[in-house]
Ligand binder design. Structure first.
Ligand SMILES: NC(=O)c1ccc[n+]([C@@H]2O[C@H](COP(=O)([O-])OP(=O)(O)OC[C@H]3O[C@@H](n4cnc5c(N)ncnc54)[C@H](OP(=O)(O)O)[C@@H]3O)[C@@H](O)[C@H]2O)c1
Length: 309
């Protein structure tokens, strides 16, 4: 029996991700061994690689990257009881290591992949769908008529957040590039702003909540459109805490696995009542290049590594 497997890992902070052979894991206490069929590519991959989020993701190097997957249960570890060999599962790892052919996963992080959802689409969902929901509600309950500004509305998180915010009865302002405005409008945004052609400050005012999925100067400029008692929730960098002016409310958000929520959102996506956009599927050998492209790419929808390619 083969005891090694392919994985995408880094050997040092700042060094490029590479495909390498590593030992195949076994399922430990409360874990299942998943034969991975697809894994989502995320901005966190290169941020981890560059050592930008060392507190949240302390690494033992070399470290396999990848934070979410879909696949099939290959074996069940001691004390694990929720799944059987052959079950289709999806989920976040709550850590790193999804870019490997076999991954030992704490079973509490996984849900059954709903019928009607293939593995590539399933792998695009776990982190972004849940992070968008949690970040939308992070600053407090959303009320009807609240004015919410979503930066990065065409992205992985933004696409879901627009839909959730509309359902909650909010008035949604959304920034995106020109090519993505129709898509963002189709998700329900009331006001779409081409961030290259128009300053969002000239359209969005008296905002109750800013979801900042972009960071940098976008954060700086957002304080002036926010109501005095409003909040900005940032997902791109913890520097929001140091960059929040005195007396204002700036919150750093970190997503947490929530299987009940993921189960509900995945079922909705399978049924077609929630839109999840797949951008591109790449082969396993192309994962390192896809991680690099995530820094600069402008596309609608998520990039997913399809392990069958
Ligand atoms: N803290 C957490 O728990 C957590 C969880 C998940 C993700 N994240 C982070 O959250 C951020 C968003 O993640 P994601 O997966 O949604 O990223 P993504 O899919 O790469 O989307 C980013 C979006 O930002 C848009 N954008 C770039 N510059 C912009 C600007 N100046 N104004 C408005 N929009 C702009 C791009 O829009 P166009 O394509 O239209 O140009 C792109 O669609 C990333 O930094 C990611 O690492 C954090």
């Amino acid at each position: 029996m083969t005891t090694t497997q392919r994985a995408v890992l880094i050997r040092a902070y700042g060094s490029p991700a590479e495909v390498a052979e590593i030992a195949r894991p076994v399922a430990g206490q409360g874990q299942v061994l998943v034969r991975v069929r697809a894994a989502g590519v995320n901005g966190i991959d290169w941020k981890v690689r560059d050592g930008l989020v060392q507190q949240a993701f302390p690494l033992q190097l070399p470290a396999v990257l990848g934070i979410e997957l879909a696949g099939v249960v290959e074996a069940v570890g001691p004390g694990a009881s929720r799944f059987r060999a052959g079950d289709r599962v999806m989920g976040p790892l709550g850590g790193l290591g999804a870019y490997a052919e076999f991954v030992a996963v704490d079973e509490v992080n996984l849900v059954r992949t709903p019928q009607g959802l293939d593995d590539v689409h399933a792998a695009a969902i776990p982190v972004a769908s849940v992070a968008a929901w949690q970040s939308l509600h992070h600053a407090g309950p959303i009320g009807t008529g609240q004015r919410i500004l979503i930066h990065g509305a065409a992205g992985g998180l933004g696409g879901y957040a627009v839909q959730y915010a509309k359902r909650a009865g909010a008035e949604v302002f959304a920034t995106a590039s020109a090519a993505h405005l129709d898509h963002v409008r189709s998700l329900g945004a009331d006001h779409v702003i081409d961030y290259r052609a128009q300053r969002f400050e000239s359209v969005a005012r008296d905002i109750d909540l800013v979801l900042d999925y972009v960071g940098g100067e976008v954060l700086e400029r957002s304080w002036q459109v926010l109501k005095k008692e409003g909040a900005i929730v940032g997902t791109s960098s913890p520097d929001i805490l140091a960059r929040t002016p005195p007396g204002r409310r700036g919150l750093w958000f970190m997503n947490k696995p929530d299987t009940a929520l993921l189960e509900r959102l995945a079922a909705e996506i399978a049924q077609g009542t929630l839109v999840s956009k797949l951008g591109e599927a790449v082969g396993f050998a192309d994962i390192p290049a896809a991680i690099e492209r995530n820094r600069t790419d402008s596309r609608i929808g998520k990039v997913v590594a399809d392990f069958s390619r």
